[in-house]
Design a protein around this ligand. Structure first.
Ligand SMILES: Cc1cc2nc3c(=O)[nH]c(=O)nc-3n(C[C@H](O)[C@H](O)[C@H](O)COP(=O)(O)OP(=O)(O)OC[C@H]3O[C@@H](n4cnc5c(N)ncnc54)[C@H](O)[C@@H]3O)c2cc1C
Length: 398
């Protein structure tokens, strides 16, 4: 086994962002290393892949696999369950209103990564390099990534897809602002008596959203946001007790329920990098941004990072330029700023307006939802921007 391996691009991290980045880099003709530990941590979350992300998955020829393992969603129903004096009307976002059959597909992260990993394995330009990156040394023409076992991967460009605690981001000194929310999410699956019919339901409670997202068959994936203590208590309930609690919170809209998976707890944090590239390293996915699970935005934003990067790197490759040179890194950084900042700000605002005690914040939130409920053009604009933002969606995902 050689101790030094040389590539055009090295991707560090094989979560969904890293896997898609590897596929797109190889499609752009780059010899690509995918550096990641063999075993992935258990992830019970699901991802609602929406609009532009579905187009990307389709472009990769993976839509039949994703649709087979996931569930299509054609309606998103928002219900104000705050019990407050000022309450918003119910809003129904329907895909048919913007001439679509579905908004997208909800799929377990475990299935999504399995589908993506199978494609990675079939691409001769990608080499999986098992291991954890421990050192990062940017140089004049290449960047060297040292692994735990002493091997070194060198490449022109390194893509940090190594999650919120990114070692690459830290190694090149990119600033990372982190903030906490007084909330945790409990994630699990339930089976229910009545079909969901492709409808995703989001109850807005004073502690945060409580969301039922369609899964294949009569089942939904639950994201229940609560105060950290309450969330920990709920995560510790028996199957029967969590099923009864879920049905109670869902006002029995899908009838009686049973727990279909163990519970997983996620303390909610927000974070953003102060730039998205530096010294031959670019950030994609949670290495660059993190926010609460409201409106299913996190991975959808990450896929726009990856699509944008593929376009910038593909253009540099065609021109025969240095793939990790200042030009490429700066173009990518510029291209991602507005989309990441506006999504981070928007999700933060939505969450804070929901849990705020102050009447003016509650009134503003209700006015916004009332406008969406009553005015079709506003509702349609919100749907279009939610699925495929005007600023930030790369050409290949339009
Ligand atoms: C409760 C919840 C629900 C969510 N629901 C949705 C949703 O419906 N829609 C949506 O779009 N988003 C959703 N998100 C967000 C989404 O899950 C994340 O954005 C996504 O999982 C991040 O993927 P990633 O590949 O960027 O990072 P990760 O999944 O964190 O992957 C990082 C990978 O890097 C590896 N790694 C780390 N360090 C190293 C190293 N030094 N060397 C090598 N490898 C390393 C790790 O092992 C890991 O596999 C949700 C988030 C939460 C918390």
């Amino acid at each position: 086994m050689p101790t030094e391996l040389s590539f055009d691009v090295a991707i560090v991290g094989a979560g969904p962002s890293g896997l898609v980045a590897a596929i797109l880099m190889a499609e752009a003709g780059c010899r690509t290393a995918l550096v990641a530990p063999d075993a992935l941590p258990a992830d019970r979350r699901t991802t609602a892949l929406l609009g532009a992300s579905v187009r990307l998955i389709d472009r990769l020829g993976l839509l039949p696999d994703v649709a087979a393992k996931g569930a299509g969603m054609h309606t998103m129903r928002l219900i104000d369950d705050t019990g407050r004096l000022i309450r918003a009307p119910e809003v129904n976002f329907r895909a048919s209103e913007i001439d679509r059959e579905v908004f997208g597909y909800n799929i377990h992260n475990a299935f999504l990564t399995e589908i993506l990993a199978a494609r990675v394995a079939a691409m001769p330009l990608i080499r999986r390099v098992p291991g954890k990156a421990v050192t990062v040394t940017p140089g004049e023409d290449t960047i060297a990534i040292g692994l735990e076992d002493g091997r070194t991967v060198t490449s022109e460009l390194a893509v940090a897809a190594d999650g919120a605690r990114s070692a690459l981001r830290e190694a090149v000194g990119i600033g990372w602002a982190v903030w906490d929310y007084p909330q945790s999410a409990v994630v699990y699956d339930v089976a229910h008596r009545f079909p969901h019919d492709g409808v995703s339901v989001e109850f807005h409670t004073p502690a945060g959203p409580f969301v039922l997202v369609p899964l294949p068959g009569k089942a939904s994936s639950i994201v229940l946001v609560e105060t950290p203590d309450k969330a920990a208590e709920l995560a510790g309930l028996s199957d029967a007790a969590i099923a009864a609690e879920t049905e109670r919170r869902a006002h029995s809209i899908f009838g009686s329920m049973s727990a279909a998976s163990p519970r997983q707890l996620f303390p909610l944090t927000g974070a953003t990098a102060d730039q998205f590239g530096k010294s031959r390293v670019v950030l994609v996915g949670e290495a660059g941004h993190r926010f609460p699970p409201i409106g299913a935005q996190g991975l959808n934003l990450s896929l726009r990072d990856v699509g944008t990067l593929a376009e910038v790197v593909g253009a540099a490759k065609r021109r025969g330029e240095d793939l990790g040179g200042d030009g490429v890194v700066a173009s990518y950084d510029r291209a991602r700023r507005i989309d990441v900042r506006t999504r981070t700000f928007g999700v933060d605002l939505l969450d804070r307006a929901l849990i705020a005690d102050a009447l003016p914040a509650q009134a503003m939130r209700c006015l916004g939802l009332a406008a969406a409920a009553r005015l079709a053009p506003i509702r349609q604009l919100m749907m279009r921007e939610g699925l495929s933002p005007t600023i930030g969606t790369p050409r290949m995902m339009r």
